[in-house]
Design a protein around this ligand. Sequence first.
Ligand SMILES: [Zn+2]
Length: 318
Amino acid sequence: MLKLGIRSSKRRRRGKRTDRFREIVSFSLMASYLCGIAASAQDLSLVEQKVHKLSDTVWWVEPVPAYGGNIAVSAGEDGILMVDDQLMPLTDDIKEAVASIQEGKIDFLINSHYHYDHAGGNAAFGEDSLIVAHHSVKTRLLERREAGFNFRDEPHPAEAIPVLTFKENVTFDWNGEDIDVIYLGNTSHTDGDVVIFFRESNVIHTGDQYVNLNGYPFIDLPVGGSATGLRDNIGAMLAMIDDDTKVMPGHGPVTTKTELQAYYDRIAATIDIVEKQKLAGKSLEEIQETGLPEEYSKFTGFMTIPTWIQQVHSSLID
Ligand SMILES: [Zn+2]
């Protein structure tokens, strides 16, 4: 069990409710598409940002309920570095939560990937913060993509676009530790997922390559995501961390290497099950009809089993 101090950010009513309505409606549609969670405008206005201290310099900002992604914050004498920013309607509360950790501007904002529920708040931070991301995040934001086949009507404002991009890794020497931002070599949940490893604190933010909601991952196939790539990247994460590492998933509670290993095992086993049937000449529909054995079919807290089978099937090279 992780022992965490919890503080809630002060809630306040936000203005511009009509402006927010369109964003919220489109968010609801995509949330339904992505993870089966339908959020109404009222649901989103009820999201609270809870602040948990994970080390001397690293905090977890947890949206409750988990419609936006988990945020990691490094705060200390060098300043503030933040990972992910959820959705635009939640950014006032996020700023309040970060200020409750440490006052001052957010120097660096890292996007774990391009999806609207992780990088959707970029425009609210980009004037003050240097946005850092894998190069493909910039590409996807410039093509107005929000997730999969969902696109924005309008371009993102210039301040939402990452300024500093990279294709492999970048390291921050910040608040007394190395903070490694690592592309693990395979397209995965998307085509530009990174993990952020706070080395001294022994905290890793996995982005959505790991979603801790008792289910299978979502694979963004339209941008070249891959179930087998995700499996291999999770394997690489497991090789980097130890039993004391605090593992912050894209959504859901902070957990341990043991849980990440169980997630890997489940993904690897179900990919094997689908692959064997595909190699035996079964159609996707037949494999979906057969389904997964009971020990694997009970994990339905995120994607449905037929969707996971379809995403695995599409990821396997013929
Ligand atoms: Zn995502």
